[in-house]
Ligand binder design. Sequence first.
Ligand code: LMR
Length: 400
Amino acid sequence: VFSHVVRAPEDPILGVTVAYNKDPSPVKLNLGVGAYRTEEGKPLVLNVVRKAEQQLANDRSRVKEYLPIVGLAEFNKLSAKLIFGADSPAIRENRVTTVQCLSGTGSLRVGAEFLARHYHQRIIYIPLPTWGNHPKVFTLAGLSVKTYRYYDPATHGLNFQGMLEDLGSAPAGAIVLLHACAHNPTGVDPTLQQWEQIRKLMSSKGLLPFFDSAYQGFASGSLDADAQSVRMFVADGSECFVAQSYAKNLGLYGERVGALSIVCKTADVAGRVESQLKLVIRPMYSNPPIHGASIVAAILRDRDLFNEWTIELKGMADRIISMRHQLFDALRARGTPGDWSHIIKQIGMFTFTGLNSEQVAFMTREYHIYMTSDGRISMAGLSSKTVPHLADAIHAAVTR
Ligand code: LMR
C-alpha cells in the first residue's frame, strides 16, 4: 500500500550532515549545521552542564514521573526571566505564560498551532531569507506565510528600507517573525535604533511580533544585550510571542529543551491562553522531557553555575569571532577577489558568504567542505587548523 510513496529530499540543513558522514575523505569539514565545535573540531559539553548533571545524578529524591503538560514550572519561570529580564513588568504583572517545549522548533510550532486556532489573522511575515524550517513550521500549522525583505546581497547587510516598506504594507494584525538576535542564516541584525523604528511601525499597525530567540548570548556574548530587541517590544506593553532554544547557548542540542512565552495584556488572559496551549500540546506529545529542563533549571537558579555559564558562553562567542578574523585575514592573504569584510561584520554562528550554489557544490566536490547551498557557513564549525583549507576552497571557487 505504500508503493506509491516517493523518496523525499534530505533536509537542506540536516541533510548536509548526512552527506558529510558518508564522505570518507580525511580532510572533510562540516560547516553545515549550526552546532558549536571546539578548536579540536569536537562537540562541546559545557562544564556547567556536566556539573548540573552531576547534581541531578546525586539527588536520590529525583524521580522520572511525567511532567505537567506545560513542563517544569521552575524552568518556565527562569526561562521567562532570562529572556524578558528579572525586572520585567510583564512578569511582575503575571501577564506572561511560558510553556516548556521541544527546543526552538517545538516552541515555534506550538505557538503557530495556537495562533492558527485562536488568532484572527492567519498571515505571518518571515524575513527573506530565514531559517529553512520556518516556512514549513508555520505552513503546516495552518498559517499563511509571506516574506518581508531583510537581506541586501549588494551590501551583505540589512535592507532596512525594504523591511520597513514590506512591514508597512502588511495587513493589520499580521504576525511578524523576528530573529531576536544573530539572524540565521545571514548574521545580520538591526541596530538598536533600527529595532526601535521596527517596533514603532509594528505597534502603529498592530502587527504581532513572534520572536525566535535561538542564539541568546551568541551574538554579543552577553545574555542581556542579546535580549534587547525582545525587551524593547515588551516594554511598550505589547503582546508578543517568544520561542527560546537552549540548543546553542547551553549546547543542549539533542536534549531538545526550549520554551514558548506569550506576553498577554492581563494575567487573566495569560491564564486562559495557557489553558489552550495545553490543548495544543497534549495530543502532540503529552508533556515534554524532564532531563534537559532540569539541567537548565539547575544552572539558572544557582548564581555560581549561572556565572560560570556566562563565562563559557562568552568563550564560545569569542572563539567564533576569532574564526571570523582568521578567515577574513586568510582570504586577504590569498588576494581573493571581492570584499569579504562582511565576514567580520556579521554576527552569531553564521557567515552568509555570498557564494552561490554552484560555488558551494564545487567546494564540496573538490575540497570536501560541506555547507548549505545558500552559501551559509557555520563559523562555529571552523578552527584555526581548518581556516586555511576553507580559505583555499573559497579562493578556488571564486577564481575558477
Ligand atoms: C541550523 O540552522 O543549522 C540549526 O538551527 C540547526 C537546525 O535544526 O537547522
